[in-house]
Design a binder for this molecule. Structure first.
Ligand SMILES: Nc1nc2c(ncn2[C@@H]2O[C@H](COP(=O)(O)OP(=O)(O)O)[C@@H](O)[C@H]2O)c(=O)[nH]1
Ligand SMILES: [Mg+2]
Length: 193
């Protein structure tokens, strides 16, 4: 059988390239909690205020209007966008007077879920309380960010990064034919009698 170790060994000798890729993040959260600003910072854009009118899909980011998290009819559509992403970012502003999220709802999504506490720079921020609310919602991993100061933004980017090792098709085909395929053809002797 082809062993994982064979691949690594071969990878050192042949043309392979390690590519850095980003997992796709969908930002969910109520209006004004800072999703669009965070999206702009994650994408390295200039911050401009814009009311999100529709679900905007970028290469690795999906930003949706807060109404999706606030309105039961639209909330069903969140399931659709989580299925198009790799990671769901449940956002809550540190200035929030209450939490929109019911307890233990994260198992409803079959994607990685992370909590994101936004606006941690704000004078009225209560980061500990927002964190506690996200924990109650079911988030195991929680990021704390400020789109204004940039604090914590790199942590999200690092979390989304993944490395792929790509092998040339020829190498993979060689492996299949020379090792696995031929071995399957080596019939036990009693078949040959
Ligand atoms: N203090 C502070 N304000 C922020 C931060 N991020 C966003 N805001 C402000 O919060 C408001 C709503 O932001 P927006 O990104 O449009 O929220 P969205 O409705 O969730 O997309 C805007 O006035 C932003 O300037 C932040 O990190 N710190
Ligand atoms: Mg928005």
């Amino acid at each position: 059988m082809l062993q994982a170790s064979d691949i690594t060994e071969y990878a050192d000798l042949t043309e392979t390239n390690t590519e850095l890729d980003m997992r796709r993040l969908v930002l969910v959260g109520r209006s004004e909690c800072g999703k669009t600003t965070l999206k702009q910072v994650l994408r390295g854009e200039k911050i401009t205020y814009e009311k999100t009118q529709y679900v905007s899909q970028y290469d690795v980011l999906i930003d949706m209007p807060g109404e999706y998290a606030e309105n039961l009819d639209l909330a069903h559509a969140i399931a659709l966008y989580t299925s198009e992403s790799d990671v769901v970012g449940v956002c809550i502003s540190a200035t929030e007077p209450y939490s929109l999220y019911p307890p233990n709802v994260t198992p409803y999504a079959n994607r990685d879920i992370v909590g994101i506490v936004t606006k941690i720079d704000h004078w009225a921020a209560d980061v500990a309380q927002a964190t506690r609310w996200l924990e109650l919602t079911g988030c195991k991993k929680i990021f704390h960010v400020s789109s204004y100061t940039g604090q914590g933004v790199d942590d999200i980017i690092d979390f989304l990064k993944i490395k792929h090792t790509k092998h040339k098709v020829g190498y993979v085909m060689d492996k299949i034919h020379n090792e696995d395929f031929n071995r399957l053809c080596d019939l036990p002797s009693y078949f040959l009698e």
